[in-house]
Design a protein around this ligand. Structure first.
Ligand SMILES: Nc1nc2c(ncn2[C@@H]2O[C@H](COP(=O)(O)OP(=O)(O)OP(=O)(O)O)[C@@H](O)[C@H]2O)c(=O)[nH]1
Ligand SMILES: [Mg+2]
Length: 204
């Protein structure tokens, strides 16, 4: 749910990076933090990590300018992808306005991608939301691993596995090189803001 503060003329919304463990959610946020300085409104905060594993969440605040005289603030979050942190994932998803689903292109992660998407669908459902209706973008991450000779899935296969019914915008990406990171986020923000404008169409 976006939060509207009419007194301060501010709209605050939340975008969550979801996906299986080690798919690259935190790396997306780190790249965004390094690269999109103009829109970043504070430090990136990682709450409770163990090595490069997220145990709670990462957080990055952004400011996107104004719509109808209201400042638009977006908070980016990542969930912990490891299966055992199911309740934390659900908690982080609370009040979400837009989702980037990060899938791992490695062939060995195929099943994990599909399970995580199912998990997203279930958690949204428990908050009365639908994966088919929420602003959603899919990211096929780690495309660079093909250059290292590692077996990755084709885009067609990932589309079949994850996007046949959703028909969400999807982007090939490498969160380490940054290729596709900005495009993914921009599309998700665009969809989120369109949905926000619909919800706040009465704001003068
Ligand atoms: N080659 C390559 N490695 C990547 C890419 N994205 C992430 N990684 C690596 O994959 C590992 C896991 O990345 P994270 O960003 O920590 O993954 P995560 O999705 O946040 O994982 P959890 O916090 O456990 O849910 C790290 O070693 C990253 O450097 C990518 O696009 N290409
Ligand atoms: Mg992480």
């Amino acid at each position: 749910m976006p939060v509207l503060n009419l007194k301060k003329r501010e709209i605050e919304c939340k975008v969550v990076y979801y996906g299986p463990g080690r798919c690259g959610k935190t790396t997306n946020l780190e790249y965004t933090f390094k690269t999109f300085k103009k829109q970043i409104a504070g430090d990136m905060v990682s709450i409770n990590t163990e090595g490069d594993r997220t145990l709670f969440f990462d957080f990055l605040p952004m400011e996107l300018g104004k719509i109808k005289g209201c400042d638009i603030r977006v908070q980016l979050y990542t969930v912990p992808g490891q299966v055992k942190y199911s309740s934390t994932r659900k908690l982080v998803l609370k009040g979400v306005d837009g989702v980037v689903f990060v899938a791992d292109s490695l062939k060995v992660r195929r099943e994990k991608n599909m399970l995580s998407l199912k998990d997203l669908q279930m958690n949204l459902k428990e908050y009365g939301m639908s994966v088919f209706k929420i602003p959603l973008v899919l990211q096929y991450n780690k495309r660079d691993l093909a250059d290292e000779g590692l077996p990755i899935m084709s885009i067609e296969q990932m589309e079949r596995d994850l996007n046949r019914q959703l028909k969400a915008p999807s982007f090939p990406c490498s969160a380490v090189t940054g290729e596709g990171v900005g495009k993914t986020l921009t599309e998700c923000l665009k969809l989120t803001l369109i949905s926000l404008q619909r919800q706040f169409k009465w704001v003068q």
